[in-house]
Design a protein around this ligand. Structure first.
Ligand SMILES: Nc1nc2c(ncn2[C@@H]2O[C@H](COP(=O)(O)OP(=O)(O)O)[C@@H](O)[C@H]2O)c(=O)[nH]1
Ligand SMILES: [Mg+2]
Length: 685
């Protein structure tokens, strides 16, 4: 089907796990005629949950892209996983759509994952609608839920249709002024409320409306409706049952008639240039301009290899044409271009602005890359929105000898698929740590490594990333001299170590006067200092928040060479640290814990036993509360399990790094003693 940008609608279905997003996508595909029968979640035959692991776990673990064509329009849907742990993946696809469809379970209400992904959608400038799903379930208080939504997300959440006959069907309240009786409120009132909200964004229309003008048509309301959505002045709420199909035609009608095309939404926030010098730049959804596309999803498929899914933002992406990835000099050729329907790819010849499409087997294509066909668009990026820092770590080694390279390759593949994973190698501990957003996130990833890539893993809790620093200034000096027989070595260094504030890192200052250490040997001194910095001086952890000032030394016309100054620098620095009251620092993290209010007392008590500082408590509707605390990371081993036990599985938490603090004297002593013991053992071997 040939369609233009104005005929495209891009939606992401977001919201908590088991709200019915995947089934709702299936119901829409079915209603629009894209599939002949609705798939079955438990048998893994839905378009969006086709992965064997999704079938086993019974919920989505990755985002899925699908589409349907109806009434001359192309609707692209992206289904997302709803678990808090997997939200990084859901957040990533928001860059590809105009509208976030927030799906809420009529029975269980609004949870923390729904709040978080909604905040992310607001930050991206997306239009939002709320779908209350599972209205077929008899025991629900839909009016109460609507009230909670308005408390949580604002009074601009207004019903655009209403359930009737106990949730058996849904009645429109926007396109019609009056209608049959509904389960609560009335078509007349809901219509008035939503129209009033819409006309508020258009001064002239508002005046006519207030003047009692009865002749304002739905067509005249279209543009102000778009404006109200863009500005977040209106968040329409609609009702569905993905199971019975109630409300699905009304939702489809809303998508086709009122949700924005790429031309009607807030434009994507592109920047040109890197870091602080980046400036906003316009990318225009015009198919005749240079092509600009953004990679919002990478999948590694066992058969197809690497699949990069793109959103075209400007120009036309054509099969057979060449594209640059970011600032790369050489382009790659699009051998095949595809449309995406769940796990199935179908070859297409071109994609216009607003469209979603895929390329395969291009190794350079990575997550968040900007693809373009002219060097004019080098240095273009999509503005990053802050994402949740992965803090739940597990240290990984290959269980079978000889699998190390395979492990490294597999980790690399998984990293490129999932923007919310982080991999860290700690040289001082020779430890590879994979960080994710939570237990479930890591479990899903590790399971895939073992199954799909057949890598057997050995897992253990990661060591806590302690640091070392100094508390006062001290001088250090070393003369390295070897002048008996053969080529000699000579270098002498005087330096001073000074403490810096927390978070300042490391500074190296060359204050040598009169060339007592010749300029060409200063880097050697710094190299020696950095060796200690990396390996640690008292407990084996990297040192930071200090300044080293090299101020004097001595050289020898023949025997001074680089190696001599590296050694002198290292030993002079060790000497200085020995007198500078070196201490161990421990990482402190911010935790946000959400749980039923009834469990908050026991959670707080447990936290106090972990040296936690409680910073605040927010009570949410629905008997939920969020506690904000700072805790030493070392105390949080197995916190996931502890919290589950305290809340019968209902508590969730997120964690992010805050700062480093001096470890307690007892911990200092344990760590330095352990280090000394390790050292002695090594020397004895
Ligand atoms: N009664 C009822 N059950 C539903 C409805 N929509 C989804 N479900 C069920 O809720 C569960 C979760 O659905 P799913 O689509 O996987 O939710 P997701 O995690 O949001 O993608 C499944 O057992 C569905 O059959 C609905 O409208 N009514
Ligand atoms: Mg799902």
């Amino acid at each position: 089907m040939a369609y233009k940008t104005e005929h495209i609608r891009n939606l992401a279905l977001v919201g908590h796990a088991a709200a019915g997003k995947t089934l709702l996508a299936e119901a829409l595909l079915y209603k629009a005629g894209a599939i002949r029968v609705m798939g079955d979640l438990t048998r893994g035959t839905t378009v969006c949950d086709s992965d064997p692991m999704e079938r086993e776990l019974g919920h989505s673990i990755d985002t899925a892209v699908c589409h349907f064509d109806v009434q001359g329009q192309r609707v692209n849907l992206i289904d997302t996983p709803g678990y808090l742990d997997l939200l990084g993946r859901s957040q990533a696809v928001l860059a590809a759509v105009e509208t976030a469809v927030i799906v809420v379970d009529a029975q269980s209400g609004i949870d923390i994952a729904t709040r978080r992904i909604t905040e992310a959608a607001v930050k991206r400038g997306l239009d939002r609608i709320i779908v209350i799903n599972k209205i077929d379930h008899g025991e629900t208080d839909l009016l109460g839920l609507l009230g909670q939504l308005r408390v949580t997300f604002g009074p601009q959440c207004l019903p655009i249709n209403l359930p009737a006959e106990g949730g058996k069907r849904v009645v429109d309240c926007f396109f019609t002024r009056e209608g049959p009786s509904t389960d609560f409120s009335s078509v007349e009132k809901a219509h008035r409320d939503i129209v009033e909200q819409v006309v508020e964004v258009d001064a002239a229309l508002l005046e006519r409306y207030l003047g009692g003008d009865e002749a304002i048509t739905v067509e005249q309301l279209h543009d102000p409706f778009e404006k109200a959505l863009r500005e977040g002045h209106l968040v329409p709420v609609c009702f569905t049952s993905a199971l019975t199909g109630a409300g699905v035609p009304e939702l489809l009608n809303l998508i086709l008639r009122l949700l924005p095309s790429p031309l009607e939404a807030n434009p994507p926030a592109f920047l040109k240039g890197e870091g602080a010098v980046a400036t906003p730049v316009e990318v225009i959804p015009d198919q005749s301009l240079h092509a600009v596309a953004h990679v919002f999803k990478i999948t590694i498929d066992p058969y197809q290899g690497r699949i990069g899914v793109l959103r075209v933002h400007q120009g036309t992406v054509k099969s057979g044409s060449q594209l640059f990835v970011g600032n790369m000099r050489k382009p790659f050729k699009i051998a095949h271009l595809y449309s995406v329907q769940g796990a199935a790819l179908k070859e297409i010849s071109a994609a216009v602005p607003g469209d979603l499409c895929a390329v395969t087997k291009v190794d350079e294509v990575h997550f968040d890359a900007v693809l373009h066909d002219s060097h004019d668009e080098d240095h273009h990026h999509l503005r990053p929105t802050d994402s949740w820092a992965p803090m739940q770590g597990v240290a990984i080694t290959a269980a079978r000898r000889g699998d190390e390279q395979k492990l490294a390759d597999t980790l690399h593949k998984l990293m490129s698929e999932d923007p919310s994973l982080r991999l860290e190698h700690v040289p001082s501990l020779n430890e590879t740590v994979l960080y994710g957003l939570g237990d479930l996130h890591l479990r899903v990833v590790l399971e895939r490594m073992q199954r799909q890539y057949n890598v057997a893993l050995k897992l253990h809790p990661p060591s806590v990333p302690y640091r070392e620093t100094v508390m006062r200034s001290a001088e250090g000096h070393h003369l390295h001299k070897k002048q008996s027989g053969g080529a000699g070595q000579y270098g002498e260094v005087f330096l001073r170590v000074e403490p810096l504030r927390r978070g300042a890192g490391f500074e190296f200052v060359d204050a040598v006067k009169g060339g007592t250490i010749p300029a060409q040997f200063i880097p050697a001194v710094e190299k020696g200092v950095r060796q200690v910095l990396q390996a640690g001086a008292i407990a084996g952890y990297p040192m930071e928040d200090l300044r080293v000032v090299v101020h004097d030394g001595k050289t020898h016309p023949v025997d001074s060479k680089e190696i001599a100054f590296v050694t002198a620098g290292r030993k002079a620095f060790l000497g200085a640290v020995a007198n500078a009251h070196a201490i161990v620092l421990e990482p402190i993290v911010n935790l946000h814990i959400a749980a039923p209010t009834s469990a908050i007392g026991s959670i707080a008590g447990d936290l106090r036993s972990m040296r936690a500082r409680i910073n605040g408590e927010t009570v949410l509707p629905d008997n939920q509360a969020v506690i904000a605390v700072q805790v030493p990371l070392a105390e949080l081993k197995d916190y996931g399990q502890r919290l589950k036990a305290l809340t019968s599985g209902e508590g969730v938490y997120t964690m992010e790094f805050s700062h480093y603090e001096a470890a307690t004297p007892k911990l200092q002593q344990d760590l330095t003693t352990a280090y000394r013991r390790r050292h002695t053992e090594e020397n004895e071997q």
